[in-house]
Design a protein around this ligand. Sequence first.
Ligand code: ZN
Length: 288
Amino acid sequence: MEKGRIIKLTGGLYTVENDLKERKNLKARGVFRHRNLSPKVGDIVEYDDEFITKVFDRENDLVRPPVANVDQAILINAAKEPDFSYYLLDRFLVLIEKENITPVIVVSKTDLLSPTEFDTLREGLAYYEQFYDVYYVNVKDAQTFVPLKALLKDKVSVFAGQTGAGKSSLLNGLDIKLQLETGEISKALGRGRHTTRHSELIHVYDGLVADTPGFSKLDFYDIDIDLLPELYIDFFKLGDHCKFRACTHINEPKCAVKKAVEDQVIPKQRYDNYRLIYDEIKHQKKKY
Ligand code: ZN
């Protein structure tokens, strides 16, 4: 019995790759269908010459793109054009945390900022650096991409970022570098193939990258309001110090989060975005 990872699914055939990068095209045992468990791209599986015989428990399970066991979501934020948005950043972080995936914050197009603007942005993001890795890249300075290569190594990554200015800023920022080395991914990202059900993991810098971006639907329909305080991980860490155990950090007295905002330990903007997201989830109509 061999062990490997599913990296591609086409027409009912799974391409499985082992540690030595040896590939096999396999079918899934019918038994999976009976148990309503379809193997998916990203799954760690056991297999023989013909069939996938076992699917190991998933660390996480993304729907769009349909990939399991994602190590990190590389969240691309334009520094400018469009303007950097803490609100979008905070929304994305909630969505990524909800999937139990580690977010990595990448700020692209930093060459479009004046030195003062860049300083201001870095000061603002210093807060986030306590909880997340933050990288700054720009296409005019190839050196800025070097740390990202190391970041991708031995990991399964999915790219995420704004849609509107999304694909193009994604490509203009980070991915131009990737584009050069892997034509495939840039083509896939550029064409917005995320509308199809196709999904594939592609080798990039010794890691695997989903060929379609994730988290393009920036809504919170499947997030329960009670879960939100846990998805703001900085608030979650402070939550122990709130008077009430299930503190939502909205109206409760003796709230450690609100105190930290008052003391300017937590940026007010981060808290304001939390309230906006909280209200949005609270008032959204449940879609089933
Ligand atoms: Zn609180």
